[in-house]
Write a protein that binds this ligand. Sequence first.
Ligand code: F6R
Length: 244
Amino acid sequence: MEVCIFRAYEEMSRAAAQEVADVLNAKPNAVLGMATGSTPLGVYQHLVKMHERGEIDFSHVTTFNLDEYVGLPITHPASFRLYLWHRFVSKLPLPLANFHYVNAEKDPHAECARLGKIIQSHPIDVAFIGIGENAHIAFNDPPADFDTEEPYLVVQLDDACRQQQMGEGWFPTLNDVPQQAISMSVRQILKSKSIICTVPDQRKAQAVKDSVQGPITNKTPASILQRHQDMTLYLDPPAASLLK
Ligand code: F6R
């Protein structure tokens, strides 16, 4: 695992976007795995700007969304489909058929099966992920399932994860945060050729320390990233503050 510490969020976002751009410029039909949430806002802004300046061509790219809440309609402000549509997909010439979002509104198990089939013939070139305050990756909360070969699964969200979502302002109260989600599985994330993981903020410092310097355990889901051959962790100084 390579760890890069940037002076500030803005620099971290620009560097992560540039790394995604480098992959796309080397392989125009690359497949991307894409996180949502507060961290990647800056990266999506940079990717859209790079597209507007003609520095990246998204017209042959395929994307897979990492996760989505069970039962949440696309009209809800916390919907990851809405998030990606507003901030990314609607601003690009990405053919809609190549954008594989997760729709967990009605039948999440059927959705997992649908996506699982598609992703098997589209190996991810670069997964762009974050780490939760509880060290989850995608929505694989501790104790995460490190063994399942299912590409997508229905997961229970733990209290720390649900608190994080409320704390970031996506939901007004804890009761509003769904109890379940669809998540790309840990093994599926690890199958990505490369992984870019961006993590800012003091509130992630303990999760970062445990994930980078602690033992590999499903109680710290992101610790499994230590095993990946091409994994870059992008941090800001507060997130890196507990690293030795
Ligand atoms: C969201 C996702 C999550 C987030 C993580 C960090 O699609 O997969 O694992 O990446 O919870 O979230 P933020 O960036 O909101 O702190």
